[in-house]
Ligand binder design. Structure first.
Ligand code: ATP
Length: 249
């Protein structure tokens, strides 16, 4: 078993409040791993620690065997570990093609200049079109981003993330705010992009988690409560109790 991302003793305190407490986490290469748990469990904090948007109080994080504990998000992105929406938002007035082009250009560490001619940017066209096809947006290639339906915007955001050539993708609630049709479409897309990449996602939609995840870590009150396949964790009494308990909070 090859490990892509490994956290050891990961801890985050906010003024004495322990939001993430001594978490050990191993994400196997090539798998889809979900981080779940009731409200306030520490999922977002944990996600922000792993993606380096927050500094841990204690603990270490390794990506592909390399210590990334003190690295910045942009540095780990260059190592191949990319968070969704890392390159901020979509430009609403640019087309789908232009947005992915910009992402490709930024992925190379060049800053984006609005005055840059279309001719210079067009050298990214072929690769941009490949990503657009990969996320199923071919028919929207020349649409303005602002005109896309919500689920398609999400797909575009994923395309711009893929433009950074990640080996590992970290997705923060990829299904948030989506209707059923979009959930199905984005689920398929995540499965597809995971064929040759590692995926870690924080997700509230448990049927999505059940469908997609090879392995699931359940957090509660900042600690790992259970870990395993969906079948395993959904039968664990402590998990059932944590979810039922939380719904009465
Ligand atoms: N910047 C902060 N300062 C103080 N406390 C914080 C901060 N960020 C998070 N917390 C606290 O840490 C705990 C865990 O929060 P976190 O957002 O990580 O949980 P979560 O599992 O993502 O919850 P949800 O499912 O509701 O998004 C909560 O009690 C929260 O109030």
């Amino acid at each position: 078993m090859e490990i892509a991302l490994q956290a050891t003793g990961l801890t985050k305190e906010f003024k004495g409040f322990v939001a993430v407490n001594n978490v050990d986490l191993s994400i196997e290469k090539g798998t889809i791993h979900a981080l779940i748990g009731p409200n306030g469990a520490g999922k977002t904090t944990c996600f922000n620690l792993l993606t380096k948007f927050l500094q841990p109080t204690r603990g270490t994080i390794k990506y592909e065997g390399r210590d990334i504990t003190r690295m910045k998000p942009a540095e780990i992105a260059r190592l191949g570990m990319v968070r969704s929406f890392q390159i901020s938002a979509i430009f609403p007035d640019l087309t789908v093609l232009q947005n992915v082009r910009v992402a490709l250009q930024r992925g190379r560490g060049e800053s984006y200049d609005f005055w840059r001619s279309d001719k210079i940017l067009s050298r990214f066209d072929d690769r941009a079109r490949a990503f657009i096809d990969e996320v199923g947006l071919t028919e929207f290639t020349d649409e303005r981003a602002a005109a896309l339906p919500y689920g398609r915007k999400r797909a575009l955001e994923i395309a711009t993330t893929l433009a950074l050539s990640p080996d590992m993708l970290l997705l923060d609630e990829p299904m948030a705010g989506m209707g059923r049709e979009d959930v199905e479409r984005i689920s398929k897309l995540i499965q597809k992009i995971a064929e040759n990449r590692t995926v870690l996602m924080v997700e509230h939609n448990l049927s999505v988690v059940a469908d997609l995840s090879d392995r699931i870590t359940v957090l509660a009150r900042g600690e790992i409560l259970a870990e395993g396949t969906y079948d395993e964790i959904s039968k664990a009494p402590e998990v059932i109790e944590a979810y039922i308990g939380a719904s009465h909070d």
